[in-house]
Design a protein around this ligand. Structure first.
Ligand code: FES
Ligand code: FES
Length: 174
């Protein structure tokens, strides 16, 4: 039996301690060990980006990361974005703007978009295309994906602005 290593990591805000082989890839830990199958595998050449997750807030292709490299770290997968009842603005954007067809690339695109909008809340169309270039989509032609991310950016900026406007109004009354 091959050697295993115990590692502890936080996935979508929840702590996990698991035993893995040293060669286990993060994507296999997520899908096979933890049954978190929202993260997809679309290639064996590290090119498609369907496996994209956030590692400490930065988008990584989880098929290029060893599980042991995530020891002690924070991982966010598409399961951690929102819920059916309370979609994340990025998920809402894909719904509103028809940003998917078969949906195979969609988890990876959404996680890349999450990283992009966290670092650049007002991206231009070119910046969106650049930010998502690590994830390939065979169906959509990307146009509606760009619209979905623009929609999400607008929604997220409004959510940030709303408390600020309320605080200003409150201050003005004082
Ligand atoms: S599965 Fe294709 S880049 Fe990871
Ligand atoms: S929606 Fe089918 S691969 Fe992107």
């Amino acid at each position: 039996m091959s050697e295993t290593i115990s590692l502890s990591l936080t996935i979508n805000g929840k702590p996990h301690t698991v035993d893995v082989e040293p060669r286990t890839l993060l994507v296999h830990l997520l899908r096979d060990t933890l049954q978190m199958t929202g993260t997809h595998i679309g290639c064996d050449t590290s090119q498609c980006g369907a496996c994209t997750v956030l590692l400490n807030g930065s988008a990584v292709k989880s098929c290029t990361v060893l599980a042991v490299q995530a020891d002690g770290e924070q991982v966010t997968t598409v399961e951690g974005l929102g819920t059916i009842e309370n979609l994340h603005p990025i998920q809402q954007g894909f719904w509103e703007k028809h940003g998917l067809q078969c949906g195979f690339c969609t988890p990876g695109v959404m996680m890349a978009a999450t990283d992009l909008l966290a670092h650049n809340p007002n991206p231009t169309e070119e910046e969106i295309r650049d930010g998502l270039e690590g994830v390939l989509c065979r169906c959509t032609g990307y146009q509606n994906i760009v619209r979905a991310v623009q929609y999400a950016a607008q929604q997220m900026n409004q959510q940030v602005a709303a408390p600020e406007v309320a605080a200003e109004a409150e201050g003005g009354r004082g």
